[in-house]
Design a protein around this ligand. Sequence first.
Ligand SMILES: Cc1ncc(COP(=O)(O)O)c(C=O)c1O
Length: 371
Amino acid sequence: MTLRPFQLERFYAEHEFSVPLQLSASDCETLSVGELLETVGASPPDLLDLRLGYTETRGAPSLREAIAEHYPGRGAQDVLVGNSPQELIYLAVHALVEPGDRVVVMRPCYASLEEVARSRGAEVIPWTARREGDVWRFDLDELEELLRTPTRLLVTNVPHNPTGFLPSPAEWERLGRLVEASGARWFSDEMYHRLERSPGDALAPAASLVQGAVSLWGLSKSFGLPGLRLGWLVSADADLLTRAEVHKDYLSICANGVSEALGERALRAAGTLLDRSRARIRANADLMAAFTERHQDHVTWTPPQGGPVSLATLTHESAEAHSARIRSEAGVLLVPSTLFGLEDRHLRIGLGRAEFPRALESWGQALTDSR
Ligand SMILES: Cc1ncc(COP(=O)(O)O)c(C=O)c1O
């Protein structure tokens, strides 16, 4: 079966670099190379000596060690580095799923989390979000029911894109126990890990919680470094990582050395970079709350429980029509909910960017002008 076009990525391919202001971005504000080096206490000459040869397929040992420090109970041997989180979703799903397998996936979701399994010939069963006002929740009793039927794989993503859902630590542990009891495998996309409202809300990575579970994280969102295209899988299942590594020989083979060198330094300064991203999300969330108060006749919104994104709801206009209008009238890019297969009335709000205040002002101006 072939992969269907990734509608959200097609939308960004068309608009991301031509519309001036982003209001729906899922990443956090990035840094220049100079700013990154300064933040991590490195100097440019350190990088100028870097040799630009191939790198190790698994990822440089020192990089894998820096990654493993974020996973209690796991070591460098449990890490596979990839040339983008997106590549790693592809590799992990191919290593875990055979045609005909039953795969339970949170829906809505970042499309590759279900589409890769579908294209592999799996039967994809949604674990569907329930909406209460502007808060979206995934019900664990419902998951328990879904996992009563023999299931090969559960795919989760928390903090969740696009709803901002984050389970409590007790719910997360229950989820882990449900997966273990069901005999299913668990692929946990943790791309927004450590962007919880306060650092104490961070959940244990799945790979540390459940034997054989697979965690995905990378530098794109929490660290604000998507251009480095660096991600990693962590799992105690050595065979699984080997299967993914063997498949990777047909994709990127190895990550690029510049990204590995910068990425390792970023990981060693994780505290500073993650604090910076969280502070930005908090400040922009306050602005967005004030904005929705002013424009409540048009739009309602609740901040994410974790991560930089959540969904706002339009009171009367279609999300697609509104997104197109605000793009042309205000030069602001808003992602409509139809790109996540949802009803045409929500917009993804991304709180991670420095341009957020300006973008919000332009959106507000367009709303006022249209009254
Ligand atoms: C939940 C989730 N997983 C994976 C990815 C892919 O990350 P990247 O684009 O850095 O490969 C994204 C990107 O938006 C995402 O939202």
